[in-house]
Ligand binder design. Structure first.
Ligand SMILES: [Zn+2]
Length: 525
């Protein structure tokens, strides 16, 4: 099967998503991640649309050493009735200094006559002149055909004229865009097949889909079936409204299911880690249920088929998860039987004898009755299983912890925590202020332990959830705290349960640090 080029637009279209913003530094780090994944093109932004993108391209020239990907600057065709040599957009594109540029062109008759308020001849000339100018300046030119599918449905003649104008003037790619995201796979497949008959032998056909019908991945795949060999999308499907076509799904679909090589040899297995890295940089967690890369994508809950999975994993998984850098995970709860616990132990690399397995089953039943919920706290489960197998950590030992909150006469609140811990035979006493008790005890404990374990500098909390569980009878209500942390490579969640919210938070914090130390590159077991 032919190779399919991947064009990533996370740094341009992807950043249109609400609630996400990226600094120039963030964008440079993301570009490095995309290069390590091995996408063919990285669209860096729209120089001229904002100063941040001008700075990005300037710094990228000096600071980015891409080994696999080509950086692309995005812009548009010249203005209606304007001239290419005094067009600010085109000048900014050239000044970005990239080898390749991508320009958006109006390819729908309705948009030319209604949105631009100009003639079809001028609409065609805008494309032809701009492509000619950019190729004359030594740039490889990709043209995003905006509203192509909607335009083609109502007036195929103009949409094809727009394409031909770009091809004749030397564009290397014409990228058909479902800009409003309203098309369905059978429409995309039929229209791309028509386009392929017209220009398929002269130019590479690309596809750019949005997910407004929930079909962006399917639409991109349909386009490839009809002859497209260039796919645009974003990591984790980021993008405005419902998002762009999700490359973390499309790439493995094309490569593993249809045999189209999308990434260089050996890179597909970086998919999960790159997806999580980029999500972390943008402070936007990967959906646990995301295909291929989600934490639940290959998770099996205790039940009838667990012992069958041990015998034949491939009977219950559509692909081998290691191909995309993910792994099989067994979800354990109080319902778990011996087989599930044994599989979980194997997953964690623990050897557990019969009494240890029974111990885990008893502990789970008792703790879940008290309000623990281990399905949501894999790290605490791992520590519980290790303890049942006879292990205990020796990273640090807590002597005492105290936290005080005062209301000042000004109405402000002051919170201060003091933690006394032993690391080996060294006693450390640290006091820290915080914006609340959890923040203060986290800071104090971390400072006390960090001197001995510098790796903890990389560990930070990403989420803190509290739930009040209704108690029955004499036990009263208890609070359950779930605490998520990351060290940039690995994400984990721990749990604490107690009638006292400080105690449940403290338990979860302590376990979170222990887990972070256990899996640190230098202090692991
Ligand atoms: Zn778009």
């Amino acid at each position: 099967m032919d190779a399919v080029e991947i064009f990533d637009t996370t740094l341009r279209d992807g950043l249109q998503v609400e609630g996400v913003s990226a600094s120039v530094d963030d964008k440079l780090r993301i570009a490095e991640q995309l290069d390590s994944l091995g996408v063919r093109y990285i669209e860096g932004g729209w120089p001229g649309a904002n100063p941040k993108d001008i700075e990005f391209f300037a710094r990228a020239r000096d600071e980015l050493a891409l080994s696999t990907s080509t950086l692309v600057a995005f812009g548009s065709t010249r203005r209606p009735k304007g001239k290419v040599d005094d067009d600010a957009t085109l000048r900014n594109l050239i000044e970005a200094g990239t080898e390749a540029v991508c320009i958006v062109a109006k390819s729908s008759e309705y948009h030319v006559t209604e949105a631009l308020q100009t003639t079809l001849d001028e609409g065609e000339a805008m494309i032809a002149d701009s492509v000619e100018y950019l190729t004359a300046n030594g740039r490889r030119v990709l043209v995003d055909m905006e509203h192509f599918f909607d335009g083609y449905k109502s007036s195929p003649e103009f949409s094809l004229r727009a394409l031909e104008a770009a091809v004749v003037k030397g564009a290397t790619h014409v990228v058909l865009c479902d800009t409003n995201g309203g098309s369905l796979p059978h429409e995309i497949e039929a229209i791309v097949a028509d386009v392929y008959r017209h220009v398929g032998s002269d130019v590479m056909i690309g596809i750019h889909c949005h997910d407004d019908t929930g079909c962006a991945v399917a639409n991109s795949m349909a386009a490839v079936r009809a002859g497209a060999r260039h796919v645009q999308g974003t990591l984790n499907g980021l993008g405005e409204r419902t998002g762009n076509a999700n490359l973390t799904t499309i790439i493995p679909n094309l490569q593993l299911k249809l045999g189209h090589q999308c990434l260089p040899e050996g890179r597909l297995e970086r998919l999960t880690v790159v997806s999580h890295h980029i999500a972390e940089t943008l402070n936007r967690a990967v959906d646990p249920q995301a295909p291929y890369v989600g934490s639940s994508a290959f998770a099996h809950k205790a039940g009838l088929h667990v012992s069958a999975i041990v015998r034949a994993k491939d009977a219950y998984e559509h692909v081998d998860p290691t191909l995309v850098g993910n792994g099989t995970r067994f979800v354990v709860s109080e319902m778990a039987g011996r087989a599930t616990i044994q599989m979980k132990a194997a997953e964690l690399g623990l050897t557990m004898d019969g009494p240890a397995v029974n111990q885990v089953i008893d502990d789970l039943k008792r703790l879940e009755h008290e309000g623990y919920h281990f399905e949501a706290a894999d790290a605490s489960l791992e520590l519980l299983m290790r303890r049942a197998a006879g292990w205990d950590h020796e990273f640090f030992r807590v002597e005492s912890m105290r936290v005080i909150t005062d209301e000042l006469p000004t109405g402000d609140f002051n919170t201060e925590a003091t933690v006394k811990v032993w690391v080996g035979d060294q006693r450390h006493v640290y006091t820290a202020e915080g914006n609340g008790p959890v923040n203060a005890i986290d800071t104090a404990l971390r400072r006390a332990v960090q001197r001995a374990y510098p790796h903890l500098e990389r560990v930070h909390l990403t989420d803190y959830k509290v739930r009040i569980l209704d108690g029955s009878g004499a036990t009263g209500a208890v609070t359950r705290v779930l605490l998520s942390a990351t060290d940039g490579e690995r994400d984990w969640t721990t749990i604490g349960v107690s009638p006292n919210i400080i105690e449940s938070s403290w338990r979860a914090l302590e376990e979170s640090l222990v887990y972070g130390l256990l899996h640190a590159p230098t202090t692991g077991p």
